[in-house]
Design a protein around this ligand. Structure first.
Ligand code: GLA
Length: 395
């Protein structure tokens, strides 16, 4: 059930054969989020962690101003000039989007060869797109000695997602990918970008992802709509209270006074965000105290909010959470990430994982006709160069 470690040899081999050059190699991980969903773009709090599944990039300089790309996963190549990058609604957007950001910041680079691979399931809500953006930007930063800081790279990768992929995402995914730390979650304040690493002391408990293997097409348009709905709520309050900048500055009383009379749907959306922020802070205390049962209960409550108030779940994810609710070995579960498909995250007693996976998989297929995939995740470090022992840039 736990897939083997990623083997970078085929990526390097492919690169060498195709480009006749010695690549530098980088990885940038996907992420989970323990609690704090749809709070990041509302300047709230999140609690993500980087996982042991990543995007991998092999890269080398060219002597011209061409960009030559290959994706092993899609078995496709793409070539263009640096000055001609544009969005194509394809995997190339996550690579070229960061090149575009560099240009927009007036940062000059030369041509490069890049081979992309990875072991993050695409469309599973594990932020494979952020991982690609961050791995490419980190690689270009090293290759051309650009001197960008980690936080600059996070922000530029997020902007690439906005401008090339068209998803007005928050900062969580890119932040987690770059700043991840093995065995720790990151408690991030998305307003100040202050963060602290919280040790994931979960003795005898595994974090298990159930991938619904559905990815509804609504995901990006509804995501942007949710963001607008929250902004609308803030705008209404701001008329009376100009100091209010985001839902972070808003209280339940303000919502009741200025939003509820205007629109019950927007009220419901905003109320969820306010409650989720409070829930996250309490959940971080649970985690620090080692009270995983209390944390787990909050995850169930988050799911209810995401499903009924924020309305970003779907029948398959609701089924997955509902179905483990009464399992004594499951301490908490909820849908994770943007929603409309992807994974549920579950806190499961270690010795019960295999039996649970077997049972839920069989029932899921019976109920939906779909196949469930399950992963027990390990929490890993963030973006890094992979240097092989004994050689600076392995070939
Ligand atoms: C997606 C976005 C993140 C965040 C989550 C929901 O993963 O990329 O910025 O908003 O959804 O919490």
């Amino acid at each position: 059930m736990i897939p083997g470690k990623y083997d970078a040899e085929p990526l390097k081999e492919n690169f060498r054969e195709r480009f006749h050059a010695a690549p530098m190699l980088f990885r940038s991980p996907g992420r989970i989020n323990i609690i704090g969903e749809h709070t990041d773009y509302n300047e709230g709090f999140v609690l993500p962690a980087a996982i042991d599944k990543a995007a991998y990039v092999a890269i080398s300089k060219r002597n011209d101003d061409n960009i030559q790309l290959v994706s092993l996963a899609f078995n496709e190549t793409y070539t263009c000039k640096i000055a001609e990058v544009r969005p194509l609604k394809s995997w190339t957007d996550y690579v070229l989007g960061v090149v575009d950001q560099l240009s927009k910041h007036g940062i000059a680079i030369g041509g490069f060869n890049l081979a992309l691979d990875g072991d993050i399931t695409i469309g599973a809500g594990l932020s494979s797109s952020a991982a690609v953006e961050c791995s490419v930007l980190y690689a270009l930063n090293e290759l051309f000695a650009l001197g960008l800081s980690k936080i600059q790279m996070v922000k530029m990768a997020q902007a690439a997602e906005h401008e090339f992929a068209g998803v007005k995402c928050g900062i969580m995914d890119q932040f987690a990918s770059v700043f991840g730390k093995a065995a720790h979650a990151i408690q991030l304040d998305c307003r100040s970008l202050e963060y602290q690493y919280v040790p994931l002391h979960m003795e005898g408990i595994k974090i298990v992802l159930f991938n619904s293997n559905v990815s509804h097409s609504l995901a990006s348009s509804e995501y942007n709509t949710r963001r607008q709905q929250c902004e609308q709520g803030v705008a209404w309050i701001k008329k009376y209270m100009p100091e209010v900048q985001s839902l972070r500055d808003v209280s339940l009383e303000m919502l009741q006074e200025h939003v509820l009379p205007k629109d019950t749907l927007i009220y419901k959306r905003c109320k969820y965000v306010l409650e989720e922020n409070l829930r996250l802070l309490a959940a971080c205390d649970d985690l620090k105290k080692g009270d995983i049962a209390a944390l787990g209960q909050k995850m169930f409550r988050t799911h209810e909010g995401l499903s009924k108030e924020y309305e970003v779940s779907c029948t398959e994810l609701d089924w997955l959470v509902q179905n483990v609710r009464n399992e004594k070995d499951v301490l908490g579960a909820r849908m994770m990430g943007g929603g409309f498909g992807g994974c549920s995250i579950n806190l499961v007693k270690e010795n019960a994982v295999d039996a649970l996976v077997e049972k839920v998989s069989a029932q899921y297929t019976q109920a939906t006709g779909l196949t469930l995939s399950a992963y027990a995740v390990q929490i890993a470090n963030g973006t890094e160069e992979i240097v092989q022992p004994g050689e600076k840039y392995a070939v």
